[in-house]
Write a protein that binds this ligand. Structure first.
Ligand code: ZN
Ligand code: ZN
Length: 111
């Protein structure tokens, strides 16, 4: 059960993501929250990953911002840099339950 909230990125936010040295394709202008349904705090969607840093868009009804995070280690120990070894596909310190890698995303990191 995933939170149904969605966010539309503004031009400045899209420009920020375009400027990142990421090999992944461009970020979509509309993203959905990846947290558990009924979570506390801001909504969150992964925008882009650069090495061990991932940039999440976090938003409320009135504002949105982009923040850098490392991966949630799930039930393991931090830091985790290889997503394939993760128990969870969310960011460190996220609210709600851990999520399963690849549950809602198709991104497979072959390197
Ligand atoms: Zn949400
Ligand atoms: Zn987690």
């Amino acid at each position: 059960m995933t939170c149904p909230a969605r966010v539309t990125l503004d031009a400045a936010q899209l420009a920020f993501f375009d400027a990142l040295p990421a090999e992944a394709p461009s970020v979509q202008s509309e993203l959905g929250c990846e947290l558990e349904l009924g979570h506390e705090g801001s909504h969150a969607a992964l925008g882009q990953q650069v090495d061990a840093t991932m940039w999440w868009i976090q938003w409320t009804l009135s504002a949105s911002e982009i923040n850098p995070y490392t991966w949630c280690p799930g039930r393991g120990s931090a830091p985790v840099v290889n997503r394939d070894e993760l128990d969870c596909s969310l960011f460190m310190g996220h609210p709600g339950e851990h999520s399963s890698p690849g549950r809602s995303r198709q991104a497979s990191h072959a390197s």
